[in-house]
Design a protein around this ligand. Structure first.
Ligand code: ADP
Ligand code: MG
Length: 613
């Protein structure tokens, strides 16, 4: 393979017209990082706006042809999501006309060359050094199963999915089927019965809770070892979007919330790429086992999470309000935290970590970036089981519907209406024109106000709740049975605590970086605890500092941090709340072991250049 190109090396350069044909002319330059657009006529712009399109802001690309047979031009359209002046992303489709040659066939080859090169760069596929760039370089479209919890977050999940996620996934040329969950544990049961070979990924459109169901469903299959390798993705539409916050950061985007976070994560998903995901096996007092990708919490954090359920209508602000209320009624809990420090059993190839001597252990050095495999593997295009959703305008024979999806680019909408040029139709040679219907909605949209999920009530699931326990999964070779003594290389802390938190990825919430050095596949569980004696003011400062991950350097004497491979938590206070990934579990002693890289997370490419507004 050729050596990696510098980000600024021009890969393609050419002159193009626009649509409609009498519009401006552009010089386009494609590098591995961006599409540079320079207006040539009517006159070069003094201060070009939108002249640089970073690939991180592109969802996909397609080729089009004019409906007028006399138009020898061929068109390619780039779907972009630039940030507006106030930071929010807006969709803008840019259409260019290849018209340098006399015949349509030649111009089409040029449009396809550009579209193919762009898609290859987006997906991290190699471009041939000297060979021709033709659409057959592109793999068949990946097939995603989207699971949408219509009650996620403020009940906006379906709206956002329909208006933003589905159009973008179509633009990227991905195939998808969509299922709306009808109740708690629906997603879990669904993935247990799924023929996984039919899917390249399962993507949840909700908060962290729905992905928790999916991963536990995959691990509760006799073929769990294969099943848990199914790439899973998360598109944040919930009130708790911690994993999405971590995906957003890894993708090189600035921290954000709400729709911006959703659009960033959707852009990353469209580009493909996955990496191993650590999963924590958690054994509860009853012996029931579940798997966590996020957190185990006791004390302040779990209290806030569960008590703030009643402020669900606030979206992620529910945690802010809950934190303030939680500070007012601060509790302490007596308990024991024991852990196997990370350094005693280094993972096979990874970096070895300093042995935890004191309570406050320095964060490990960041590990080298993990290789990411392309999202696209061979896909079987199954016949669509059910009618398509109302994605395109009903009855419209024109392919224009896709351009007006998601509101459409206003400049283009104007062109379609007022221009003398004939409208464009998709060029069939691109493997997956975005305007061909590919999706099926498998369950009806439920109308009416969201009901509270079962888990959000005041009653936690009882011990041994059948749906909550995984019967399969890997053995926990680092854990003696709950109740038996721990090996001598474990560290034990006992006392009064305000909170204990075990976290796998960096983020505890979309804007809470609890373990700034954590990585999806570092094989570590990051333990944080705050002992009693902390002032309310200091606790508030800790949580405010967590927004940028600087809480560990505040010098708070009650704050402790360690990295571990396994831990045991024994509450000695008779009443309290324990959560796993934000879901309440039975209260009592629990223990957990990290299983490094057991899952696969769809993350998009790493370290895109940071997108500042
Ligand atoms: P949020 O971040 O808004 O809490 P989650 O994805 O965490 O969103 O979902 C909250 C809870 O709703 C989870 O326990 C999930 O299992 C449950 N759930 C999923 N689908 C449904 C549904 N259709 N109706 C009710 N509850 C559901
Ligand atoms: Mg949740």
């Amino acid at each position: 393979m050729a050596p990696p190109l510098a980000a600024s090396t021009p890969l393609l350069h050419g002159e193009f017209g626009s649509y409609p044909a009498k519009g401006p002319r552009f010089a386009l330059t494609l590098t591995s990082q961006a599409l540079h657009i320079q207006r040539l006529r009517p006159k070069p712009e003094a201060r070009p706006r939108g002249g640089l399109v970073p690939l991180a802001e592109v969802s996909g690309c397609c080729t089009l042809r004019s409906r007028s047979p006399s138009d020898p031009g061929a068109y390619f359209c780039v779907y972009t999501y630039p940030q507006g002046r106030r930071g929010g992303r807006r969709r803008a489709a840019r259409t260019f006309r290849a018209d340098g040659a006399a015949t349509y066939e030649e111009n089409r080859a040029e449009a396809q060359r550009w579209a193919t090169a762009l898609v290859c760069l987006l997906r991290g596929l190699p471009l041939p050094g000297d060979g021709e760039i033709t659409p057959d370089l592109l793999p068949r479209p990946a097939r995603l199963l989207l699971l949408v919890n219509p009650f996620g977050g403020r009940g906006l999940a379906w709206q956002w999915c329909k208006n933003h996620v589905l159009p973008m996934i179509s633009e990227a040329g991905l195939s998808f089927n969509l299922i709306q969950t009808e109740r708690q544990n629906h997603a879990r049961e669904l993935v247990q019965g799924l023929n996984l070979g039919e899917w390249d990924g399962i993507v949840t459109v909700s908060g962290d809770g729905l992905l928790y169901e999916v991963l536990n469903g995959l691990l509760d299959r006799p073929d769990w070892e294969e099943a848990v390798k199914t790439p899973v993705g998360i598109l944040p539409c919930g009130s708790g979007n911690a994993l999405a916050g971590a995906v957003n950061q890894r993708g090189g985007f600035a921290p954000c919330l709400g729709l911006d976070l959703l659009l960033n994560c959707s852009l990353l998903l469209c580009r493909g790429g996955s990496q191993p995901l650590d999963l924590l096996s958690v054994t509860l007092a009853s012996g029931a086992r579940c798997f966590s990708f996020l957190s185990v919490a006791w004390g302040f954090v779990s209290d806030v999470d569960i008590q703030s359920e009643r402020f669900r209508a606030l979206g992620s602000a529910r945690f802010t309000l809950g934190t303030v209320l939680g500070l007012a009624a601060l509790h302490t809990y007596r308990g024991r935290l024991s852990y196997l420090p990370a350094s005693t059993e280094p993972p096979s190839p990874g970096p070895s970590l300093p042995r935890a001597k004191s309570e406050l252990v320095l964060a490990p050095a960041p590990a080298p970036p993990a290789a990411h495999s392309p999202l696209h593997r061979s896909v079987s295009d199954l016949p669509l089981p059910l009618p398509q959703p109302s994605l395109a305008s009903p009855g419209s024979p024109e392919p224009l519907a896709v351009l007006s999806l998601n509101g459409g680019g206003p400049e283009l909408a104007g062109d379609w209406g007022g221009a003398g040029d004939a409208p464009l139709s998709p060029d069939p040679l691109m493997p997956s024109p975005p305007n061909l219907p590919k999706a099926a909605v498998l369950s009806p949209i439920t109308e009416g106000p969201p009901e509270m999920p079962v888990s959000s009530g005041p009653h936690p699931p009882g011990p041994g709740t059948p749906a909550a326990a995984c019967r399969w999964g890997p053995p926990d070779h680092l854990l003696p049975p709950l109740g038996s003594p721990l090996p001598p290389d474990w560290v034990t802390l006992e006392g009064d605590f305000v909170l204990m938190l075990a976290i796998s990825p960096s983020h505890l919430g979309a804007d809470l970086v609890a373990a700034p050095h954590a990585r999806f596949d570092d094989g570590l569980v990051h333990l944080l605890w705050v002992r009693s004696g902390v002032s309310r003011a200091m606790l508030l400062r800790l949580f405010l500092a967590m927004e940028n991950g600087s809480h560990l350097s505040l010098g708070c004497p009650q704050l402790g941090y360690a990295t571990a491979r396994a831990f045991r938590l024994e509450p000695l206070t008779p009443r309290g709340v324990l959560t796993v990934d934000g879901e309440q579990v039975e209260y009592g002693p629990l223990q957990a072991q990290m299983h490094p890289g057991m899952g696969t997370l769809l993350t998009g490419p790493p370290g895109c250049p940071r997108q500042e507004p």
